[in-house]
Design a protein around this ligand. Structure first.
Ligand code: SF4
Length: 350
């Protein structure tokens, strides 16, 4: 990773795993650590416990899109070619150690619920999202399997431009617990302008991924980031894309004018909460999914397929986890090498 990018990410509170992985405590993980704290909307929608969630990415420094609404820095490397990829086991262990290191700053704070804090050091859910495009990592299947072997559930968020990688996950029986595909444009013209793929053919690849999604043996989500004056409305075109993928869930999430997106978007591009709900309701009129829930603080509405089960399977709670976390992580180093320090950062949720 370029030193400049590493320094920037470090300033933003990122921890690093291997040569190209990143970990960052999610805003909601920190929120849920507090006494009486709350989970993110995926807690309300699916039952994810935010304080036990590890937000990470296997590829923090590369994405093949430059979406205008993305709040992350897009000072990415321009190509992943010729890179030496991290071993998935090393990436996994480093990620958990980094999560513990970042978590150590919250130990003993007045607002911290220490019972939750101890559990939080043994993450049970991995949100493989954060920064960069995770499906670029060639050993994603092994990494996901490793998470599942440690009794963790997983969510992967992809821009859908690498259908072969999704095929590999399916063939190797290594699909995540829940796969998100971003569907942020109703047609190719808007897609090219709003998502700015670096290579040709990305719209076709996304459509290929959507077709695959309908047959996958895992929970599936189509996520629309709604940007006013850009990609809202177009209900029939969205319905056609949804029909192709037949996902379990659809999340209609409003764009938020934060971070680096302020350099490319205007505040007026943020839809109101009622516009988001209206969009979701109008879409629901055209597809089998029904409007089931929303969360105003995350500006998101959920549509659910009639056959889908909302609760995410709970990761087993038995004491199989080899990560030996005592309630004293902030001093000393555990058997996997996690030391202690304090880091606080904020981000919009994935
Ligand atoms: S990373 Fe995602 S799933 Fe995990 S707590 Fe944050 S918003 Fe929720």
């Amino acid at each position: 990773m370029r030193e400049e990018l590493e320094r920037l990410l470090e300033k933003q509170g990122y921890g690093f795993a291997g040569d190209h992985g990143g970990v960052k405590l999610c805003h909601w993980t920190k929120e849920d650590l507090k006494e009486g704290g709350r989970s993110c909307y995926k807690g309300s929608f699916y039952g994810v416990e935010s304080h036990r969630c590890m937000q990470m990415t296997p590829v923090v420094d590369y994405c093949n899109f430059r979406c205008l609404y993305c709040w992350r820095s897009q000072d990415f490397d321009t190509s992943p070619n010729g890179r030496v990829w991290d071993d998935p086991e090393e990436l996994f262990e480093d990620s958990v150690n980094e999560q513990q290191r970042l978590m150590s700053g919250y130990k003993g704070q007045d607002v911290t619920d220490m019972e939750k804090w101890v559990k939080a050091n043994r993450p049970k859910h991995v949100a493989i999202s954060l920064n960069g495009e995770p499906t670029v990592y060639p050993y994603l299947a092994d990494f996901i399997e490793m998470c599942h072997d440690h009794d963790m559930t997983t969510m992967v968020v992809t821009n859908g431009s690498f259908p072969d990688q999704i095929r590999t996950l399916a063939e190797e029986d290594a699909l995540p617990t829940q796969l998100y595909v971003s569907v942020d444009a109703p047609n190719e013209e808007i897609f090219e302008k709003l998502c700015v793929p670096m290579n040709g053919g990305a719209w076709d690849k996304l459509n290929e991924t959507l077709k695959l999604v309908s047959d996958l043996d895992c929970r599936t989500v189509a996520r629309h980031t709604l940007v006013k004056d850009w990609n809202m409305g177009h209900y029939d075109e969205y319905a056609d894309l949804i029909e192709k993928a037949d996902p379990d869930f659809i999340e209609c999430k409003g764009y938020v004018y934060v971070g680096y997106s302020r350099q490319r978007m205007k505040e007026e591009n943020m839809p109101t909460y009622s516009e988001i709900r209206q969009h979701a309701n109008r879409l629901a009129e055209r597809i089998p999914h029904t409007y089931e829930a929303d969360r105003e603080d995350s500006r998101v509405s959920l549509l659910v397929h009639p056959d889908a089960e909302r609760r995410i399977p709970k990761a087993a709670d038995e004491e199989l986890d080899p990560i030996d976390v005592t309630d004293d992580v902030s001093v000393g180093v555990n058997e996997n090498g996690a030391g202690g320090c304090g880091t606080a950062c904020g981000c919009a949720s994935m």
